[in-house]
Design a protein. Sequence first.
Lengths: 223, 223
Amino acid sequence: MASDHTRTAILNAAERLYADRGFGDVTLRDIVAAANVNLAAVNYHFGSKDELIAELFVTRSLATNRERLNELRNAEEAGGGRAGIDAIFRALVGPTLRGCLGPSSEGSTAARFMIRASIESVPPIRRIKNREVDHLRKFAAAMRRSLPGRAEADLYWALHFALAMAHHTIRERERLTKLSEGVCDLDDVQGIIERVVAVSAMALMGGEAKTKAPARVAARDAR
Amino acid sequence: MASDHTRTAILNAAERLYADRGFGDVTLRDIVAAANVNLAAVNYHFGSKDELIAELFVTRSLATNRERLNELRNAEEAGGGRAGIDAIFRALVGPTLRGCLGPSSEGSTAARFMIRASIESVPPIRRIKNREVDHLRKFAAAMRRSLPGRAEADLYWALHFALAMAHHTIRERERLTKLSEGVCDLDDVQGIIERVVAVSAMALMGGEAKTKAPARVAARDAR
DNA sequence: GATAGTTTCATACAACTGTTTGAAATGCAA
DNA sequence: TTGCATTTCAAACAGTTGTATGAAACTATC
């Protein structure tokens, strides 16, 4: 037990430094200097550098996943076991985008850390991300309940594209601002979420009316 | 001039090693060992490790960009100055997806290197990517010509989402296979391209008929 | 075949990395 | 206070990294 003071000081300093300068050029010595603790404290409290990074990422990651599942559960309860497809996508990408975008994310170390984690891909984080399959399957299941007739492949492709748009927007938000010369407002988080949700739903629906039968989205006029 | 033998041996070995094991844990010593050349040869021929990586990436990157612009030009000429929106997206994501996906990409070192470069983000590569704004603006211009009435923001968001889907598919292709338990066929490159193109077009069109007036895609029922 | 320029080589360099060690300090129970 | 366990600390360790050096080998020109 004890005071935990050193432990949390390390966690805070590490999160801030990694967020600001990336995993690539932050050493344990940088961290302990910022935390005002001894170099050996990291290995004493966490075992290794990788385990420190893993703990940082797992904490934030679990929080996001909890938020997602909360939103999903609420949507399904509101719909009597079946959530609308929009609500499902909103539960999937909303928490991540809200957490990492918008003016508040500039100040939040947690947000900047997660952005960094999505840009640089270090081994300990990759290992954790690979365990997220079960979590995503829950969203696939919700989609299946919501649209029983849909082809499995279309389901997963839509899920995949939703995550693609969300993560890419977080990763490349600066580039998008520069590319569009400020025309794309990265601070309008709710607008972005609805945009991603709408496109994801269209990816699944093939641009047809929401309640209609399956519509293939793929291979039309090849080239 | 001279034989260039050493130079190209380094380039080949480096590309293969980076493709296989990532930038993180391939050292210059690994490279020169695989290339059967002296350690000092890298600094002699390239100046530094970062310049070697940069040269590798620039070469492949320019090739892709050339291919993209070729396809775009062809599409615009075929349409008398105005390419169809599908053709524009196809020119944008086609070369990248064809290069990095499909059974052939397993064998191609170049493809595996570019996949690696899109997963790990090292400083020299990031610097080059940031100079790609001009290149992407050409596609924005083509979209503008194709659909003069469209709002600028919608244009850039669709462009952004197209790249998002393409790159995310490349980055996470293994995860998607595992997640979907093989239901998503990552070897059907043409099918994937058409899927991405269709969704991108829908992102821009808002699910309405292709020739209709602007349709906002964003903020409907917030939450 | 001597000369000048290029390329290769073995080796050293200097710095930095995460981790370990063993002793000192601290906190807490009896 | 005594004793015991936890925590901190300075120092060193062992290994790796990219880069620099200066001599040797080569190549082509005159």
